[in-house]
Design a binder for this molecule. Structure first.
Ligand code: SF4
Length: 241
């Protein structure tokens, strides 16, 4: 298990201003810059990862370091894999210490956009670190609760976090009873080697998502549905022997 907690970053404040639809030279833009400056001074984006090995594969299950995960899409993606990297990446808790008045929703929204950028820094740093250290080559990630709810149910966050032990102590990320993470700008998942161009968004029906990284892929969706249905038929078919 390794913690990456010394991640260098420079916030692209101009890009953040643009994304927040703020015009340079305005009072709001000046306040945003001030907030970004405070955030830059405080922020410590981090990533925690664990090199894990696959113990066994079932029809819809994969046992990783002794923990059973249930997801047909995950099982399918790990067909050729023997080793995976479980990870938690976060913008860090430090930004929650920045004092913003309770009713100032605009500033809270701005801070959230800065936290999102810092989460991106953390994820990119982790990907580059894994590529360099393990010569990972082409890889993809899956996260419980990402994509459509049935793809890899969010409840499996519990199993994923169990691979790490005390995540709050290790990286300052807490899993709530409803399987969400605190800080809110955190991502957990499994990175795996693959020759396919897989993105979780390909299995997500949500329309107009501003964070979509790939279009919905009906061919992939139907292929997974078909595999699940075929197996269900095999299981329920009468024994002809
Ligand atoms: S489309 Fe949006 S909600 Fe769906 S998996 Fe991608 S980022 Fe998540």
């Amino acid at each position: 298990m390794q913690l990456l907690d010394d991640i260098p970053f420079v916030l692209d404040v101009d890009a953040l201003l643009k994304r927040a639809h703020l015009e340079s030279g305005t009072e709001d833009a000046a306040e945003f810059r001030d907030l970004a400056c405070r955030a830059s001074a405080e922020a410590r984006p981090k990533a925690l990862y664990k090199e894990c090995y696959i113990d066994a594969k079932g029809d819809d299950t994969v046992i990783i370091d002794g923990v059973t995960f249930t997801s047909h899409a995950l099982r399918r993606n790990l067909e050729e894999a023997e080793r995976v990297f479980a990870f938690i990446a976060t913008c860090g808790r430090e930004l929650d210490q920045i004092d913003i008045p309770q009713g100032d929703f605009l500033k809270r929204f701005w801070l959230d956009s800065i936290k999102t950028a810092l989460l991106g820094v953390s994820l990119s740093h982790l990907a580059a670190h894994l590529n360099k250290r393990y010569t990972l080559g082409k890889s993809a990630t899956m996260s419980p609760g990402s994509s459509d709810v049935t793809v890899w149910p969010i409840e499996q966050q519990k199993e994923l976090f169990s691979l790490f032990g005390d995540s709050n102590e290790l990286i300052g990320v807490e899993l709530t009873d409803s399987f969400l993470m605190i800080p809110n700008k955190s991502v957990s998942g499994i990175r795996f080697p693959t020759e396919l161009d897989f993105h979780g968004c390909q299995l997500c029906h949500r329309a107009h998502c501003p964070s979509r990284s790939a279009p919905f892929c009906s061919a992939l969706w139907e292929s997974i549905e078909h595999e699940i249905e075929s197996r269900a038929k095999r299981v329920t078919a009468p024994d002809n022997e």
